[in-house]
Ligand binder design. Structure first.
Ligand code: HAM
Length: 494
């Protein structure tokens, strides 16, 4: 006879096998239906964070005079090959590229700057007063290894100012990105560097390669290739060995020519004047080839190594020309990573207010529903209130539950009695006080109460006020109204 424990173990194993099969079955069937690797849904409960970021981005664009532009998600691959650089990680490994039915080589845009510059050239904006200042927000696509804070579809908002080389513009853009984070409650430190112009950068690259060649053995495989392909990227390698080598590497600031140095000193001077928290970081080089002179990133104060920069940008004086525009068109810009900003807001428990609902319109009975619908449309169009409803529900209790859930400040209730009396009940959802008012005075009465509400006054409707407003009141509701509501409310305690 097998021992009892052996039998238990066997049946446990069988159960595990069965469970595993079940999991596999679910996974297999799910596979066709779940999101593509590195892409995700932004669910309704997360939308308040995204909405808040969009609001702040829009506000900043207005504060500094940047106008919205939307460019297509699909662009010709060549735009980024030429703009971002054939040797960059983005172009070499990360583009979602395909050839379409018309034999065109297309990509899902991996970044926004090249597209904005293309639009600037394509629509002849070099003839507009310069700089032309753009603001954008939307999804980007990079086929990166998915990990925390790194997605294959992610969102940025960005600002680009094309046609101006004044260092005050660089400083103001740096300020704009910092202000956005600050307005969202995120503490960040700005990392600033200058990679000079093409000429001084060439000199620097030579010195850098010479230095790194003497340390080849200490470098990771990636950096060994970077030495020939993209030497500046040697500086932002996160491997410990390479970080050690970097400490004694030549620094770009020593290679800047007079013009580039002056430009950078002025930018830094403005940052000092604005009292912004920044550090001069000679190791940030950025992963896109179009930069010149000022470059910068925003690191959360708790992200010491900048593994998950919240945003970045810089000057790109040569890009307009590279993409076929007028020579010598200076430009500067930045982009902030919305996914990472939202993640930081959640991590820091930054409170975001839900969209406010001023008035919920509830009804009971067919005739009341019709009147309520008309009232709703009137308030929505004329009242200047945010209104909500659930006309698909018949139960008053269910409707009031919804009004509570969305934190409506007032609920208007209309039932059979109100329809025949030409009245409507108004309920203060916080204080629970309710009264019956003239149907035709609803908008006026609501306005009065909401003005008080927004002034921060506690709504305490006294008998006098009610008399003044023509409302019927008795502890907030007349006895006969209580009786009527009792009839209406299908067991609800209102
Ligand atoms: P970037 O540094 O490649 O610059 O991206 C800017 C920000 O987008 C990053 O700091 C990060 O927050 C976010 N980001 C980038 N890749 C991902 C990803 N895979 N998943 C989640 N977030 C990501 C640019 O794109 C330049 N176009 C910025 C610019 C504008 N320079 C001048 N003007």
């Amino acid at each position: 006879m097998p021992k009892k424990t052996t039998i238990i173990k066997k049946s446990q194993k069988m159960k595990e096998k069965k469970d595993n099969k079940e999991v596999k079955r679910v996974r297999k069937s799910k596979k066709d239906l779940i999101t593509v690797t590195g892409m995700r849904d932004i669910l309704p409960q997360d939308q308040k964070y995204w909405e808040r970021v969009r609001e702040v981005a829009k506000q900043i664009s207005q504060d500094y005079g940047y106008e919205r532009i939307d460019t297509p998600i699909l662009e010709f691959a060549d735009l980024f090959v030429r703009g971002v650089g054939a040797q960059t990680d983005i172009v070499e490994k990360e583009m979602f590229a395909f050839t379409d039915q018309g034999d065109d080589r297309l990509v899902l845009r991996p970044e926004g700057t090249a597209s904005v510059v293309r639009a600037y050239i394509q629509h002849g904006m070099l003839n507009h007063p310069q700089p032309v200042k753009f603001y954008y927000i939307g999804p980007l696509f990079r086929h990166e290894k998915p990990q925390s804070g790194r997605y294959r579809q992610f969102f940025q908002f960005g600002f680009e100012a094309i046609g101006e080389d004044n260092p005050a513009l660089d400083a103001q853009l740096i300020l704009m990105g910092w202000n956005a984070l600050n307005d969202l409650g995120i503490e960040s430190v700005i990392q600033v560097n200058s990679i000079g112009c093409k000429e001084c950068r060439e000199e620097y690259k030579k010195a850098l390669v010479k230095y790194y060649k003497s340390k080849t053995k200490l470098l990771c495989d990636n950096c060994q290739t970077r030495m020939t392909k993209n030497p500046l990227r040697l500086l932002d390698c996160k491997e410990d060995g390479c970080k050690g080598v970097r400490e004694d590497a030549p620094q770009i600031l020593d290679y800047l020519d007079k013009l580039c140095k002056d430009h950078f000193m002025k930018v830094v001077g403005y940052l000092d004047e604005l009292d912004l928290p920044y550090v001069l970081n000679p190791y940030i080089v950025r992963g896109l080839d179009y930069y010149s002179k000022t470059i910068f990133e925003y690191w959360s104060t708790d992200d010491i190594e900048g593994k998950n920069a919240l945003g970045g940008g810089g000057r790109y004086d040569g890009l307009v020309k590279i993409l076929g525009g007028r020579e010598d068109t200076p430009a500067c810009g930045l982009a902030m990573g919305v996914d990472r900003i939202v993640a930081k807001m959640r991590e820091k428990n930054i409170e975001v207010l839900e969209a406010r609902v001023d008035v919920f319109v509830a009804q009971l009975g067919d005739a009341a529903k019709k009147k309520a619908m008309v009232m709703y449309e009137h308030l929505r169009k004329n009242g200047g209130f945010t209104v909500s409803q659930a006309f698909h529900k018949d139960s008053l209790k269910k409707q009031l539950e919804i009004a509570n859930k969305i934190k409506a400040k007032y609920t208007l209730i209309i039932g059979q009695k109100e329809v025949s009396d030409g009245t409507i009940m108004i309920r203060d959802m916080q204080g629970g006080v309710q009264e019956v008012i003239d149907f035709n005075k609803t908008e006026k009465e609501l306005k009065k109460r909401l003005d008080k509400y927004h002034e921060g006054a506690v709504i305490d409707l006294t008998q006098t006020e009610a008399v003044e407003s023509g409302a019927e009141m008795s502890g907030g509701i007349t006895p006969n109204v209580i009786a009527d509501v009792e009839d209406l409310k299908d067991g609800l305690d209102i």
